[in-house]
Design a binder for this molecule. Structure first.
Ligand code: OOG
Ligand code: NI
Length: 465
C-alpha cells in the first residue's frame, strides 16, 4: 500500500498520547502532579547552577525533550492482551525493546519496554511503557489459578473503536488527523483507573493472598497505568526533598551511585497509595487496593556490552556485600558500599569512550568544518578526535534495568511478596505471545552510533569513515 501524505507521523501521535496520559494520571493521582512540580523545580535549579550541564543537554538535544520525558508501566493478564497492546503501541511508533525476567526477584511476570527506536523519533517523544505479562503458571494454588484465568477471559481491555483503528492503521499504513485524535482518546481508555473491581471481595482476597500483583492484574477492568515517571537532572535532590512536599520516597535510589558522568539509569519512587474500590458484591467503594505510585528517574550513558558487564559485576558485588535487600535501616551503608565498588568504573567521558564502555554520538566541530581544506587532514576517527575536528557525547540510555525494576516492584508490593519461583525466564514463549521478537537494545545504540559516524564522514568528505 502506498503511504498517504496526509497520515499523521506516529511519533506525533505518541507525543500527544503521552501528554494526554500525563494529564489523566495527574488528575487520578494528584501526588504525581506534586512530584512533577518538584522535578521541574530541581531541574531548573540544576540548569541555573551548572552551565556545563545545560550546554551539554543543549548539544545533545536532551534539553528540548526533558520536560516531556516520561515513562509509564502496565501489567497485562493474557497473551492476547499482550499482542494487542503491541499492535496498539505500533500505531504510535513504539516497538518492543528488550526482555526482562522478573521471576528471580519473586515477581511473577516477564516484561518488555515499548518505545521509539530511532534517535530522530526519540527526539520527538521518548515516551516508553514498561509492559509486564502475568505468568499465571506461577500461581501454585490451582483454584486461584482457575479463578484468575476465568476472570481474565471475561474482560475486554480495548474499546471496539480502538480495535477498528488499529486494523485500519495496519491496513493502510497510517491514520488521518481525525482518526489519530479518536485513536488517542480511545486508546487512553485502556489505561484508565476504574474504582469498580470485576471480582467480589472474597475473590479479591484469594488473589491478593497469592500475590498482591496478581490481584492488581486480575481484579480490574483493564491494565491501569500504575505509575508515570518524569526525568530529573538530580535524583538525589528530589529524593531528599520529597518528604518536605509530603511525598514518602522508597528507601534507596536504584541503579548506580551518584557520579560526575551518569551512566544507565537511577530510579526512585514514592510508595503506592491505598485507594478505595467497590468490589462486585458491594454497592459502594467499601474496599481498597494499593497499586499506583509515582517514580523519578535520572538517565545517563548507554553502556556497551563491556560496560554493562562491568556495571553488573559491580552491582552484584555491592549487593553481595550488603547481604540483604536494601531497606530504610541499611540505606546509608548501601550507598557507601555502592560508591566503593563503583569507584572502579571510570568516571570521565574520555575514559568511557577510550575503554569502549559506553555508546556515543559523534559530531563535527566548528574547528572540523574550518579545517576541511587542510592538506594534512586526518582520515580516521581517532586522529580526527585527537585533532579536535570531531567530538562525541554519550548516548542516553533509553531502556530499563531488571534489578532496578524488581526493586521498584518490591517497594510497591510490600516486603512479604518475595517468593522463590522454580520456573525461570522464557523469552521464546514471551515473544510467541507478543507476536513479535523483542529488539536488542544494544544493537539499537550501536546503530545510532554508526549513523552519527557516517554523518561525520559525509560532512568531512571521508567516505571510508
Ligand atoms: C513496573 C516496575 C518497573 C521501572 O521503571 O523499572 C518499572 C511495574 O511496577 O509494573 O517501571
Ligand atoms: Ni518505572
Amino acid at each position: 500500500q502506498p503511504k498517504n501524505e496526509s497520515f499523521v507521523n506516529p511519533s506525533e501521535i505518541r507525543a500527544r498520547f503521552s501528554k494526554h496520559m500525563s494529564d489523566m494520571y495527574r488528575e487520578e493521582v494528584p501526588l504525581y502532579g506534586d512530584l512533577l512540580t518538584l522535578v521541574e523545580d530541581i531541574n531548573q535549579e540544576v540548569l541555573e547552577k551548572s552551565p556545563n550541564t545545560k550546554a551539554h543537554l543543549e548539544r545533545t538535544g536532551e534539553l528540548k525533550r526533558l520536560s516531556m520525558e516520561r515513562h509509564g508501566a502496565i501489567r497485562v493478564g493474557t497473551p492476547s492482551e499482550l499482542s494487542t497492546i503491541r499492535r496498539l503501541f505500533a500505531v504510535m511508533g513504539m516497538e518492543p525493546v528488550g526482555y526482562y525476567d522478573l521471576t528471580p526477584a519473586g515477581v511473577p511476570v516477564h516484561s518488555t519496554a515499548f518505545r521509539a527506536v530511532h534517535e530522530e523519533d526519540l527526539q520527538i517523544s521518548p515516551f516508553r511503557v514498561f509492559t509486564s505479562l502475568l505468568r499465571l503458571e506461577l500461581i501454585d494454588n490451582s483454584e486461584t489459578q482457575q479463578l484468575a484465568a476465568d476472570t481474565l477471559a471475561k474482560r475486554q481491555i480495548f474499546t471496539p473503536r480502538v480495535l477498528e483503528l488499529i486494523e485500519q492503521f495496519e491496513l493502510n499504513g497510517g491514520l488521518s488527523q481525525a482518526n489519530a485524535e479518536t485513536f488517542i482518546d480511545e486508546a487512553l481508555e485502556t489505561f484508565r483507573w476504574h474504582t469498580t473491581a470485576t471480582v467480589t471481595s472474597d475473590e479479591y482476597k484469594k488473589l491478593h493472598d497469592q500475590h498482591r500483583l496478581i490481584a492488581d492484574v486480575v481484579a480490574f477492568k483493564g491494565p491501569h497505568i500504575n505509575h508515570l515517571t518524569p526525568r530529573t537532572l538530580d535524583i538525589d535532590q528530589v529524593q531528599t526533598q520529597m518528604p518536605a512536599r509530603n511525598i514518602t520516597p522508597k528507601a534507596v535510589v536504584e541503579g548506580p551511585p551518584r557520579r560526575n558522568c551518569p551512566i544507565l539509569l537511577r530510579q526512585t519512587s514514592f510508595k503506592a497509595l491505598q485507594e478505595k474500590v467497590a468490589f462486585s458484591d458491594q454497592g459502594s467503594e467499601a474496599g481498597s487496593h494499593t497499586a499506583r505510585f509515582g517514580e523519578i528517574e535520572q538517565r545517563g550513558a548507554a553502556l556497551t556490552p563491556k560496560g554493562r558487564t562491568l556495571y553488573d559485576e559491580l552491582l552484584n558485588a555491592s549487593r553481595s556485600e550488603l547481604k540483604e535487600f536494601p531497606n530504610e535501616e541499611n540505606a546509608q551503608l548501601y550507598t557507601e558500599i555502592l560508591e566503593k565498588h563503583f569507584s572502579q568504573f571510570p568516571d570521565s567521558h574520555k575514559e568511557m569512550h577510550d575503554q569502549n564502555l559506553a555508546y556515543f554520538r559523534y559530531f563535527v566541530t566548528n574547528k572540523g568544518y574550518e579545517a576541511l581544506n587542510n592538506k594534512t587532514f586526518p582520515t580516521n576517527l581517532k586522529d580526527l578526535i585527537n585533532a579536535g575536528y570531531i567530538e562525541y557525547e554519550p548516548l542516553v540510555y533509553e531502556d530499563f534495568l531488571p534489578v532496578s525494576a524488581a526493586g521498584i516492584f518490591q517497594s510497591n508490593l510490600g516486603d512479604n511478596a518475595q517468593t522463590d519461583y522454580k520456573i525461570s525466564s522464557n523469552q521464546t514463549e514471551f515473544q510467541n505471545f507478543l507476536g513479535a521478537e523483542v529488539l536488542n537494545e544494544l544493537a539499537l545504540y550501536a546503530n545510532t552510533q554508526k549513523r552519527s559516524i557516517i554523518k561525520c564522514g559525509e560532512a568531512l568528505n571521508l567516505a571510508q569513515l
